[in-house]
Design a protein around this ligand. Structure first.
Ligand code: PMP
Ligand code: GLU
Length: 397
């Protein structure tokens, strides 16, 4: 059977592939430390699980409106107002099967053949494929570690052409953990305002933020920016609900309507039970989230110290998410057991095979001088995994 060109061009998600490879090795009895996975290791809080059980008992097991239940959309509108200073009507909110699905819908309704989408690198793996699937061309703009991996106004200005239709902003960032400040976003916003460039603002790591930093949604900076922004968020990271598959988008009414219409022909409504649980997640107790953030903060500090103590690795302090993105350039061109290390991909392969540590090489995010370590795992595992990395890297000459 012939496959469509669109399908032939898709490469599978490297983050998910590495995670499944690590899990397969573990199932075979191998002792693998998994720093590959981008998923909170905490359990979904009990009050949220209980709300799902109640929903099943009450028979909330049928189709819901395509863009989500009235209750959940009202709860999201309230959250956006109280926490982000954003005024959206519930009708401007579309709930989907995870933030990845919301992003997919957004690119599908906003992009067409010939459009350019500015994608700051390092970028999260799925943006690139989703932009291409929507028929547009990604314009990758590299950022620098020395500038905290953040897009500068100069970089942005230089990347804009007559074909630019969208820019992706992801703060806090996966994979770098970079958090844009209000004034950095303002400076980018000033360049974007007045040009009809849409902003896809992926705020999924909003709650995982440290050192007293503030999460700012670029949409909250002016009515003009809000009009042009699609805010993407979800429950996966903030409430340890990756498997429940609930994400959402908030946008100007015609965009929200187009996303809902598209969804009506693909997945229809997101899972009814997970929607009921998400209302509780947004309105219930905050303590489990605070506890999770405290623990991530502790792990970040420890892992960062360990990484920077390894000769040849360097990593700046990320302000959010649960990743470190260290530079490994000094190892490029060196040998491990006679095998040349050409980039982070080779290093990742050796670490998995020889040291049984899974991590994601930077090439997946557009920068193979670095690799991504997820600290969404226990302190014991972080300590053991760092011991193994340290030991193996010492053998690269
Ligand atoms: N955006 C970013 C930057 C992510 O890291 C993830 C996590 N995979 C997502 C979106 C999607 O999250 P989910 O589909 O689980 O809501
Ligand atoms: N966001 C996670 C990661 O980057 C989950 C995997 C995925 O959806 O790509 O590892």
């Amino acid at each position: 059977m012939r496959l469509a060109e669109r399908a032939i061009g898709i490469s599978p998600s490297p983050t998910l592939s590495i995670d499944s490879k690590a899990k397969k090795m573990m199932a075979e009895g191998l002792d693998v430390i998994n720093f590959g996975v981008g998923e909170p290791d905490f359990d979904t809080p009990d009050n949220i699980k209980q709300a799902a059980i109640e929903a099943i008992k009450k028979g909330m097991t049928k189709y819901t409106p395509v863009p989500g239940t009235d209750k959940l959309r009202a709860a999201i509108a309230m959250k956006l107002k109280e926490e982000n200073g954003l005024d959206y009507q519930p009708s401007q909110i579309v709930v989907s099967a995870g933030a990845k699905h919301s992003l997919y819908n957004a690119f599908q309704v906003l992009c067409q053949e010939g459009d350019e989408v500015i994608l700051p690198a390092p970028y999260w793996v799925s943006y690139l494929e989703q932009i291409k699937l929507a028929g547009a061309s990604p314009v990758i703009v590299s950022t620098r570690a020395s500038e905290g991996f953040k897009l500068t106004p100069g970089d942005l200005e230089a990347a804009i052409t007559g074909k630019t239709r969208i820019i992706v902003i992801n703060s806090p960032s996966n994979p770098t953990g970079a958090v844009y400040t209000r004034s950095e976003l303002k400076a980018l916003g000033e360049i974007l305002e007045g040009r009809s460039i849409a902003i896809i603002s992926d705020e999924i790591y909003e709650k995982l933020i440290y050192d007293g930093l503030e999460h700012v949604s670029i949409a909250s900076l002016s009515p003009g920016l809000k009009e042009h922004t699609v805010v993407i968020n979800g429950l996966s990271k903030s409430h340890a609900m990756t498997g429940w598959r609930i994400g959402y988008a908030a946008a100007a009414s015609p965009v929200a309507k187009a996303m809902a219409d598209l969804q009506s022909h693909s997945t229809s409504n997101p899972n009814s039970i997970a929607q009921a649980a998400s209302v509780e997640a947004l309105q219930g107790a905050r303590e489990p989230l605070r506890e999770m953030v405290r623990e991530f903060n502790r792990r970040r500090d420890y892992m960062l110290e360990r990484v920077n103590a390894v000769p040849g690795l360097s990593c700046s302090k990320p302000g959010g998410a649960f990743y470190l993105f260290p530079d490994m350039s000094p190892y490029i061109g060196k040998l491990y057991n006679g095998k040349k290390i050409v980039g982070a991909s080779d290093l990742a392969a050796v670490l998995l095979e020889e040291a049984r540590v899974a991590l994601v090489p930077g090439v997946a995010f557009g920068d193979d001088h670095c690799f991504r370590l997820s600290y969404a795992t226990s302190m014991e595992k972080i300590s053991e995994g760092m011991n193994r990395i340290e030991k193996l890297l010492a053998q690269i000459k």
